[in-house]
Write a protein that binds this ligand. Sequence first.
Ligand code: 9MR
Length: 445
Amino acid sequence: MNKILILSIVLFGIFACSSDGNDDDPVIPIKVQASFVYTISTVDSHLLFLENTTSGDGFTSSWDYGLGGGNVNDAPGVDTVRYDTAGTYTIKLTVVKDGLTTTATKTIKVDATGICPNGLCSGGGSETLKSAATTFSVGTITRDSYIIAGGKHTETLKADFNNLTSEYQMKMDKMNPSLGKYDFSAGDVIVKFAQENSMNVHGHALIWHSSTPSWVENFAGTNAEFETMVENYITTTLNHFKGKVRSWDVVNEAFEDGTGHPLRNSIFRQKMGDDYIKKCFQFARNADPNVLLFYNDYNIASSSTKRAAIFALVDNLGSLIDGVGAQMHISYNEPSASSIQAVADGTVSRGKKLHFSELDIRANPNNDQTTLTTARADLQAAKFKEVVKIYNSIPLANKFALTTWGVRDNESWLIAFWKHIDWPLMFNEDYSKKPAYNAFLEGLK
Ligand code: 9MR
């Protein structure tokens, strides 16, 4: 009796659930799985091309680019999205078909140079020059126009550098264009950007024979009036930037290159005498006792006699000078490591700070290259590493900053100066990093 009842219930159930193929029966929805691929533009590494590769049809789809803008409709074809700011972004594709939703996500990384291929940013991911150089500042040059324009230049500054030097706008011809008239506007733009981004500013350069305005070259007054004018200029400039500029090159390139390296016979020397450098340092010290004062010059490594002349000046200045600026316009094959070391040793033994102030390394000093070959780029990188290693090995108390004279190869002053192609810096024209960049990081290890 119980068995018959159970069989009846089972049979009823089977018949009740069976389909007779009638069209009115509900269609079971087919789920489509969202999927997409992306490629980075080869022309502009900040551009990402997104392609929805979900198979099937009859679905709607939308993107969340991870930029905080929420979902946007997936337009037909490839979507192009721009990622300007360094960071990590999760891109999400949402596909809806017949009320069923699926998603696909991918995460991309962006650094100062753009979207990192395969999520691998060069320089070991998040490591940048300034984050790796924990015991000294990493500097470079800039201009007010570059800062105002923003974009990749300022992104790169923010990512890698924390010590800014004005390439030419904090020199006398720009800051003091006529008697009693001052223009600090470009310096102010650089200072503001530096303050907003926790960077230092290095003032370059108060007195330089090569950027002396013509009204100073043709000064009509007495020597005493000339000296007062120079004192006023230094005092006014240092007062304006007091507390905003960490350091100044007080005098730049005062020595001749020839035998004996005499002082250049600049208008300053003619009017103020052989001790004009000391006077200028004293004016600066009087105006701002806290700012760091440097003497800056080139060929300090390559010429032992020039080095000797410069160190004699440093000795003569005594406590008026805080540091030596060694410009470091060098080549991939010279000067030797021991010559560079001699600059470090001479500065350290005098208890002064060392600024490798204008580092660029010519990859093509003999104009025998039309493109930067891998072999030459590697040799150049090795020299960058050597320079950084030497700098990083000096005692902490003598460290100050290592400044490259430019960001991108194509912006270097060297190309116009030598009138042929070269690639002396750490970034390519598209701001991608050269082997020299990683070599800089390696030099710190
Ligand atoms: O790179 C600078 C270039 O843009 C300027 O026109 C020039 C004159 O102001 O100065 C260049 O920088 C020099 C620096 O101030 C001192 N050492 C040599 C640098 C290259 O000439």
